[in-house]
Design a protein around this ligand. Structure first.
Ligand SMILES: Cc1cc2nc3c(=O)[nH]c(=O)nc-3n(C[C@H](O)[C@H](O)[C@H](O)COP(=O)(O)OP(=O)(O)OC[C@H]3O[C@@H](n4cnc5c(N)ncnc54)[C@H](O)[C@@H]3O)c2cc1C
Length: 458
C-alpha cells in the first residue's frame, strides 16, 4: 500500500477500451498502473473478421481523444459521416431502395459538443490507446511525466481470482498482485464483475435473454457497389423484426454491417466468427443490401441480454471497482459502447488526480458510481428504445413510423424531428456531455471537503 504522499498503485483487469482509457487517465493523474490482459496480444487481433470490427466515436468520446492529444492519429484512421439515411427493409424482393428519409447531424450541434463523428476499426483504436498509455512523457512539456508514475501492460495474464478484501488478484500462472485499488475493465463476463456478483449473491444466470441477437460483419473495400452512397451516410434499414445498419469504417473503404434480429439461433462473442454467414440471417430484401452482404466476411453474433441487477459497482471493502461493460453492459453494437467506456476512464483518472491517500480510495470509488450510474442508465435506455424502434414488427406502429418518416422526408425535414424530436434532444444531451467537467464538478462540490487531499480545499 502507498504512503500518504506517494502515488497510489492500481491494478486494471482488461486491456480493451475502458481498461486502456483508465490507464491513460490514472497515469496522467500521477499514479502507478499495472494492466493485466488475458489475451496474448492487443485487441483480439486475428480472431475478428479482418481485425476491423467498428468502433464508433461520437462527439462526447471524440473530445476525450482530442484532449489526450490523439486527434491526428484518430483522424488518420477514421471515416466520418454526415448523418444517416433510412430505408425500409420489407420481406420480399424489392427492385429499388425504398427511401424513408435522411438525418443530417447538425454542424452547430457538433461544434457545440466540441467533437466530430469518427468510425475506425476496433483494433486501430485499441492500438492508439495502448501506445498513448505507454508513451514516455515529454519532460519539457507542462504536462510532463507526473512524479515518476509507472505503467506496464502484461498480455497473457488471465486473472482467475479476485480477493476484494486483500485487494489482490491471482493469475492463472499462480502469480499474485496486490494494489491500493483494483479496476475491473474486464467486460460483461469477466472475473471482477463475477466477484462483485458473488458478494451480492447474484448469479450470471440472472442476465435475461431478450430473444434478440446482433450479427455483425465487415465488407472489405465496398467501393465497387453502386446505387447507394455507403460512405457519406450510415444507412439504416427498418424491417419487420429486424433492423440493419451499415457504416463506413476507417480509410480502406470497408463497410461495417450490423443487424438486430429476432433470429437468435446463433450464440457467440465479438471475438468469435462462429462460422456464420451474414446471408444466413438476411432474408429477402433490397438488392443493394444483398450485393453488399454477398461480399461480407464471416459474421459474429452476440445475444442481447438484459443484465441481471448488480447494485454495487464497488466491493464491500471499497477497494475494487468495475467500469465499462463490466459495470453497465450495453446491447452489442450500441452507438455509445465506446464513448461511455472512454468517459469512464477519463472520469476515474480525473477524480484520482486529487488524492494520493489510500484511505480515501473507497470514497472515491463510490463517488465514481454515484456520478456515472445515472448517465449510463439513461444511455442504456436510449439504446433499448432505438433497437425497439428499428425492429418493430409489422403492424400499426410500424406503419405509423414509416408514414411519419416519409412525410418529413417529403417536406425536406430531418428524420429526427416531429414525433422523434425527443431522440434528437437525447443525442444533443449525450453528445454535449463532458466527462472532465463532470469530474471537476464532483471535486468542487464534494471531493475537496476533506483534509487529506492533494490539493487544498480552495
Ligand atoms: C475484440 C473485440 C471486438 C469488439 N468489437 C465490437 C464491435 O464491433 N462493436 C461494438 O459495439 N462493440 C465491440 N466490442 C465491445 C466493445 O469494445 C465494448 O462494448 C465497449 O467498448 C466496452 O469496452 P470494455 O473495455 O469495457 O470491455 P471489452 O471491450 O469487452 O474488454 C474487456 C477486456 O477484458 C479482458 N478480460 C476478460 N476477462 C479477463 C481476465 N480473466 N483476465 C484478464 N483480462 C480479461 C478481455 O480480453 C478484454 O480485452 C468488441 C470487444 C472486443 C474485445
Amino acid at each position: 500500500m502507498s504512503d500518504l504522499n506517494s502515488a497510489l498503485n492500481f491494478i486494471i483487469v482488461g486491456a480493451s477500451v475502458s481498461g486502456l482509457a483508465s490507464a491513460i487517465a490514472l497515469r496522467s493523474a500521477g499514479h502507478n498502473v499495472l494492466v493485466l490482459e488475458k489475451d496474448p496480444q492487443l485487441g483480439g487481433i486475428g480472431s475478428i473478421p479482418n481485425g476491423s470490427s467498428c468502433a464508433q466515436i461520437p462527439p462526447n468520446a471524440c473530445k476525450i481523444l482530442v484532449d489526450w492529444g490523439l486527434e491526428e492519429e484518430i483522424k488518420a484512421k477514421s471515416a466520418s459521416i454526415a448523418g444517416f439515411s433510412l430505408y425500409s427493409y420489407p420481406g420480399g424482393q424489392v427492385p429499388s431502395p425504398d427511401h424513408l428519409g435522411i438525418n443530417r447531424y447538425d454542424p452547430e450541434m457538433l461544434t457545440e459538443a466540441r467533437g466530430g463523428y469518427m468510425q475506425l476499426a476496433h483494433r486501430d483504436l485499441i492500438r492508439i490507446l495502448h501506445d498513448r498509455a505507454l508513451k514516455p512523457y515529454d519532460l519539457d512539456q507542462p504536462n510532463g511525466e507526473p512524479s515518476g508514475s509507472r505503467i506496464s501492460v502484461i498480455f497473457g495474464a488471465e486473472v482467475v481470482n479476485v480477493d476484494c478484501d486483500a485487494c489482490s488478484v491471482t493469475l492463472r500462472s499462480g502469480e499474485i498482485h496486490t494494489a491500493d485499488a483494483i479496476i475491473g475493465a474486464d467486460g460483461a463476463n469477466g472475473p471482477v464483475r463475477r466477484a462483485l456478483m458473488e458478494e451480492e449473491d447474484t448469479s450470471p444466470e440472472s442476465d435475461v435473454p431478450t430473444g434478440m441477437a446482433a450479427y455483425s460483419a465487415i465488407v472489405p473495400n465496398a467501393l465497387a457497389l453502386d446505387g447507394i452512397d455507403w460512405f457519406t451516410w450510415s444507412t439504416l434499414w427498418l424491417g419487420p423484426n429486424r433492423g440493419l445498419r451499415t457504416f463506413p469504417v476507417g480509410k480502406e473503404n470497408d463497410v461495417s454491417l450490423m443487424m438486430y434480429t429476432t433470429d437468435s439461433s446463433h450464440d457467440g462473442t465479438w471475438t468469435e466468427e462462429a462460422e456464420i454467414k451474414f446471408t444466413d440471417v438476411l432474408g429477402d430484401c433490397d438488392q443493394h443490401i444483398q450485393k453488399m452482404v454477398a461480399l461480407a466476411g464471416p459474421a459474429t453474433c452476440v445475444q442481447i441480454k438484459e443484465p441481471g441487477d448488480l447494485e454495487c459497482w464497488v466491493s464491500e471493502s471499497g477497494r475494487v471497482l468495475i467500469l465499462g461493460d463490466a459495470a453497465h453492459p450495453l446491447p452489442p453494437g450500441s452507438l455509445h459502447s465506446y464513448s461511455i467506456s472512454l468517459e469512464d476512464g477519463l472520469f476515474i483518472g480525473k477524480i484520482f488526480s486529487h488524492t494520493r491517500n489510500t484511505d480515501r480510495v473507497p470514497e472515491f470509488l463510490r463517488a465514481f458510481q454515484e456520478h456515472r450510474e445515472p448517465r449510463c442508465t439513461r444511455i442504456r435506455q436510449i439504446e433499448k428504445e432505438y433497437i425497439f424502434y428499428i425492429t418493430l414488427p409489422e403492424g400499426e406502429m410500424q406503419a405509423a413510423r414509416d408514414a411519419s418518416l416519409r412525410e418529413r422526408h417529403a417536406a425536406g425535414e430531418n428524420a429526427l424531428g416531429g414525433d422523434l424530436q425527443q431522440m434528437a434532444e437525447d443525442l444533443r444531451m449525450v453528445f454535449g456531455y463532458d466527462a472532465a467537467d463532470d469530474a471537476d464538478e464532483w471535486w468542487v462540490t464534494w471531493g475537496r471537503y476533506h483534509r487529506s487531499s492533494v490539493s487544498s480545499p480552495g
